[in-house]
Design a protein around this ligand. Structure first.
Ligand code: NAD
Length: 494
C-alpha cells in the first residue's frame, strides 16, 4: 500500500456532491444541501445535495426514458458488455482514489476498503458483464403443433437503496446484474456514504454508459428513498439495510404498484466453536477479525460467539487479549485494523447496548467505551460481553458495532437452539474437525451462509442472502440475475 499516495489523497478538497441525473451532475431542485461529516475526525468534508421527492421523480423519468427507448436494453449484449468491462477497468485504475474518498466519508479502515470496495465493485461489474451474453431463453418441450418459447426480458427501471458500510461493493452487487440484464437504475446511496459511489457512477459515463442508464440521487432515506419506493414507475426495488426500512419498502410497494422488493437485511450471526476445532488459536484470531474489523459494521459479522463449555474460559481469555491488541484508529493508516464507527448516531447506538447490558449485570469483559475522543472522530474499543441471556436485547438485536456476546453450550442440540434463537438468519460460523458434525450443523443452522473452519470471505460465484428476517433476496452469483429478468412465454400454434 502506498502510504504517500494515501496521504496526498487525504488532503484533496472534496467538491460539493451533486446528484447524477440523466448523465449530468445537478444540485437539489430546491438548492438544499446537507453537511458530509468525516467520522475520522468529525470535520465537515463537503456538502451534499439534499435530494427532494422531485429529484427522485426526475431521475426515475430519466431511467424510464432510457429503458423505454432501448438505448441500453436494445443495445447488442456484446456492446453492453464492452462498456461494462471498460468501466470495470477504469474502476481498477481509480481504485486508490475511490477507496480513500470512501474511507474519508464512511470510516472503514483502508486495508479493508482496498480489498472490499473498488476492487470488489470492479470484479462484480466484470463478472456480470462476462455473463450477460451467455443467458439464453428456452424452447419448451411441448406437443407437436405448438411452440412454447420462454423469453427472458429485462424488467425495466430498478430502484436501488444501499447502506453506508460498503457503498461500492454493495452498490455494485445491485447495479452489476441490473445493468448487465439491460435494466436502467436509480440508486440512492446512504446519507453517510455517498461520495465514492457518485464518483464510481461518473467513471461509468467515461466508460460509455449512456446517459440516464444509471442515476444517483443523494439525500435522506425518508425523502429520496421513500419517493423511489412509492414510485409507480419503478419496477423492482433492491435494498440492503435495516429491517425497519425493509418493512417500510414492502408497505410502499403495496401502496403503489406492487413492485417486486428484494431485501438484504441485518444479521445476528452465531459463530460456534467446538472443542475439537482444528486450530483454536486460528479460530479465535479469525473470529476476532470476523466481528471487530470495520468496527463490526459488516452485515455477516459473527456477533454471537457460542463456545463449547470445556474451552469457554480459555477461549474468552484469548479473545480478550486479541481484542485489546487490535489496532483501532485512523482509518487511513494502513496499519489500522478497525477504523471509525460511521457516525455519532451509530456510536451512541452501540454504547446504548453496552449500557443496557451493564445495567442488567452482564460481564463487560473488555471495551464497551468510546475511545480516541481527542481526535474528534467516532471510535469504539472492541467489546466482549459475557454472561448474557438469550433473551437480552444485545443477543437478539443487531448492534452493527464492534461488539460480540459470548455464550457457553454443552451439546450440539444446545448450540443449535442458541444459534437459531433469533429472528435473523444471515450467516453462521462453525469450527470443528468432525466432518459428520459439520454437515449435521450446516443442515440445521438457519442461515443464508454457513462458514466452516473459517469466518467471512467468499467470492462472486456464490450467493449471499439471508433467511428469516434477514431478507428475501440474493446478491452475487448468477442467481442475482433472476431479480432483473421477467419470464415471458410465447405460445405459438404452428
Ligand atoms: P438503513 O435501513 O437505516 O439505511 C439503509 C438505506 O435505506 C440508506 O440509504 C437510507 O437512506 C435508506 N432509508 C432509510 N429510511 C428509508 C425510508 N423510510 N425509505 C426508503 N429508504 C430509506 O440501514 P443502515 O443503518 O444504513 O445500514 C445498516 C444495516 O444494513 C444493518 O442492519 C446491516 O446489517 C444491513 N446490511 C445488510 C447487508 C446484507 O447483505 N444483508 C449488507 C450490509 C448491511
Amino acid at each position: 500500500m502506498d502510504r504517500n499516495a494515501i496521504e496526498e489523497l487525504r488532503k484533496v478538497d472534496v467538491p460539493p456532491a451533486l446528484h447524477l441525473i440523466d448523465g449530468v451532475r445537478v444540485a437539489a431542485s430546491d438548492g438544499g444541501e446537507m453537511p458530509v461529516v468525516s467520522p475520522i475526525d468529525g470535520s465537515v468534508l463537503t456538502t451534499m445535495a439534499r435530494g427532494t421527492a422531485q429529484d427522485a421523480a426526475q431521475a426515475i423519468t430519466a431511467a424510464r426514458q432510457a429503458f423505454d427507448d432501448g438505448r441500453w436494453s436494445g443495445m447488442a449484449p456484446s456492446a453492453r458488455k464492452v462498456i461494462l468491462l471498460k468501466w470495470a477497468d477504469l474502476i481498477d485504475a481509480h481504485a486508490l482514489e475511490l477507496a480513500v474518498l470512501g474511507v474519508r466519508d464512511n470510516g472503514t479502515e483502508i486495508s479493508m476498503a482496498l480489498k472490499a470496495e473498488p476492487k470488489s465493485a470492479a470484479g462484480t461489474i466484470r463478472y456480470y458483464a462476462e455473463a450477460l451474453d451467455k443467458i439464453y431463453g428456452e424452447i419448451a418441450p411441448t406437443a407437436r403443433g405448438t411452440l412454447g418459447l420462454v423469453h427472458k426480458t429485462p424488467v425495466g427501471v430498478v430502484g436501488a437503496i444501499v447502506p453506508w458500510n460498503f457503498p461500492l461493493m454493495i452498490g455494485a452487487w445491485k447495479i452489476g446484474p441490473a445493468l448487465a440484464a439491460g435494466c436502467t437504475v436509480v440508486l440512492k446511496p446512504a446519507e453517510t456514504a455517498s461520495l465514492s459511489f457518485l464518483r464510481l457512477a461518473e467513471v461509468g459515463l467515461q466508460a460509455g454508459l449512456p446517459k440516464g442508464v444509471l442515476n444517483v440521487v443523494c439525500g435522506e432515506g425518508a425523502i429520496v428513498g421513500a419517493a423511489i419506493a412509492e414510485s409507480p414507475d419503478v419496477d423492482v426495488l433492491v435494498f440492503t439495510g435495516s429491517g425497519a426500512t425493509g418493512r417500510r419498502l414492502l408497505q410502499a410497494s403495496a401502496r403503489s404498484n406492487l413492485k417486486r422488493v428484494y431485501l438484504e437485511l441485518g444479521g445476528k450471526s452465531p459463530n460456534i466453536i467446538f472443542a475439537d476445532a482444528p486450530d483454536l488459536d486460528e479460530a479465535v484470531a479469525v473470529s476476532a477479525s470476523g466481528i471487530f474489523r470495520n468496527s463490526g459494521q459488516v452485515c455477516i459479522a459473527g456477533s454471537r460467539l457460542l463456545v463449547e463449555r470445556s474451552i469457554h474460559d480459555a477461549l474468552v481469555a484469548k479473545l480478550k487479549s486479541m481484542a485489546e491488541a487490535m489496532v483501532v484508529g485512523d482509518p487511513l493508516d494502513p496499519a489500522t485494523q478497525a477504523g471509525a464507527v460511521n457516525s455519532d448516531q451509530q456510536l451512541a447506538r452501540n454504547l446504548a447496548f453496552i449500557d443496557e447490558a451493564r445495567a442488567a449485570g452482564r460481564d463487560i469483559v473488555c471495551g464497551g467505551t468510546r475511545i480516541l475522543t481527542d481526535t474528534g472522530g467516532y471510535y469504539m474499543a472492541p467489546t466482549i460481553v459475557a454472561g448474557v441471556a438469550q433473551s437480552d436485547r444485545i443477543v437478539q438485536d443487531e448492534v452493527f458495532g464492534p461488539v460480540v456476546t459470548v455464550q457457553a453450550f454443552d451439546t450440539e442440540d444446545e448450540a443449535i437452539a442458541l444459534a437459531n434463537g433469533t429472528e435473523l438468519g444471515l450467516a453462521a460460523g462453525l469450527w470443528t474437525s468432525n466432518l459428520s458434525r459439520a454437515h449435521r450443523m450446516i443442515a440445521r443452522l438457519r442461515a443464508g451462509v454457513v462458514h466452516v473452519n473459517t469466518y467471512g470471505g467468499s467470492d462472486m460465484t456464490v450467493p449471499l442472502g439471508g433467511v428469516g428476517q434477514s431478507g428475501n433476496g440474493h446478491d452475487k452469483s448468477l442467481h442475482a440475475f433472476d431479480k432483473f429478468f421477467d419470464l415471458k412465454t410465447a405460445w405459438i400454434k404452428l
